[in-house]
Design a protein around this ligand. Structure first.
Ligand SMILES: Nc1nc(O)c(N)c(N[C@@H]2O[C@H](COP(=O)(O)O)[C@@H](O)[C@H]2O)n1
Length: 158
């Protein structure tokens, strides 16, 4: 059965980028995946100072509000790089936190969908027709984690 997630307090809320799971990436600590993702919109722009500001805000909601403020300059290659940036951050999150890694692996081969009513790129949107890239990334990360587990068992543990 397809697994739908969206808000952090709801079932499978740990799959949300807003969940309180920190990551260490590119030499820095980030409070959530959302902080990392939103900050990377400004790499190489005149608004690069915003990166540290976003990293320092308390909540992912504040990070998202800053990242979505169109008064700032978003990097010109953002549309081309944002999926890869998200993939790296989500993979790091599930490699770092073993408790939620277990939750993800226990979903088996079920489809995973970000049930956002408004986002047709990262989620499925109101009509469930969206691209669901965040759900797809979670399924890709799940496969990666499985491959790593097989490698560890056969090469290291075997
Ligand atoms: N929990 C949650 N609340 C929201 O209001 C959201 N929009 C999302 N979706 C996440 O938003 C990020 C995309 O942001 P941009 O539109 O590219 O600025 C991404 O992390 C979605 O998963 N989640």
């Amino acid at each position: 059965m397809t697994i739908y997630f969206y808000k952090v307090p709801d079932p499978y809320g740990c799959f949300s980028n807003f969940s309180p799971h920190s990551i260490h990436l590119n030499g820095r600590d980030w409070p959530t995946v959302e902080h990392y993702y939103q900050a990377h919109k400004f790499v190489g722009t005149r608004d690069e100072g915003l990166i540290e500001k976003i990293r320092g805000v308390k909540t992912p909601e504040e990070a998202a509000a800053l990242g979505r403020d169109r008064g700032y300059e978003v990097r010109s290659d953002w549309e081309g790089v944002k999926r890869e940036i998200m993939y790296e951050a989500v993979l790091t999150k599930f490699l770092t936190h073993r408790d939620i890694q277990k939750v993800l692996l226990e979903t088996g081969d079920e489809a995973i969908v970000e049930d956002s009513p408004t986002d047709y790129y990262w989620g499925c949107g109101a009509e469930k027709t969206g691209a669901n890239h965040l759900g797809k990334i979670l399924m890709e990360v799940r496969s990666q984690l499985r491959d790593r587990a097989v490698f560890t068992e056969t090469i290291v543990g075997g």
